[in-house]
Ligand binder design. Structure first.
Ligand code: THU
Length: 160
């Protein structure tokens, strides 16, 4: 037997074409990106989490001289959302990246660890979290659910 997994996602030519709620969230991610602490990689990432109660929680990457001790923007943001608003559902997460070394023209892709960290909340709340991805400008990708970009994910059901 063979099975196939396919995903559908939306591509917008620029941030201005996003619906108002997504546009405002991506703007917050851009602002957050400006405060990233990334002296080692020069890769600055911003994330903004929109909660069902309307609150927005931001994060950016926080690097460390001991490289593995740093943390990605997405996890800084989503853990802060969990810490500050426990039990409030997450609607969407906007992510954007820029670099001091080159022009980031492709939508930034969240790393595997961040996908795993974020899908925990999607599965807990039993409601999809949409993901908006952008480079420093240009095309924006909208993905409807974390499960689209982390199929066959490890989850709590394995731990009974
Ligand atoms: N980074 C993020 O913040 N998010 C990702 O999903 C990918 C990578 C950060 C981690 C590190 O500070 C820098 O980008 C280079 O890997």
């Amino acid at each position: 037997m063979k099975k196939q997994i396919t995903i559908e996602y939306e591509v917008y030519p620029s941030i201005e074409k996003l619906a108002e709620e997504d546009l405002q969230l991506m703007k917050q991610a851009v602002l957050a990106r400006g405060n990233a602490y990334a002296p080692y990689s020069n890769f600055h990432v911003g994330a903004a989490v929109l909660l069902e109660n309307g609150e927005v929680v931001i994060g950016n990457n926080q690097e460390n001289a001991s490289y593995p001790s740093g943390l990605c923007a997405e996890r800084v943001a989503i853990f802060q959302a969990g810490a500050k608003f426990p039990g409030v559902a997450i609607k969407s997460v906007a992510i954007t990246a820029t670099s001091k070394n080159y022009a980031v023209e492709e939508p930034a892709a969240p790393c595997g660890n961040c996908r795993q960290a974020m899908i925990e909340y999607e599965q807990k709340q039993k409601q999809p979290i949409s993901i908006l991805l952008m480079g420093e400008k240009g095309e924006v990708i909208k993905i409807n659910s974390l499960s689209d970009i982390l199929p066959l994910a490890f989850n709590s059901s394995f731990l009974e």
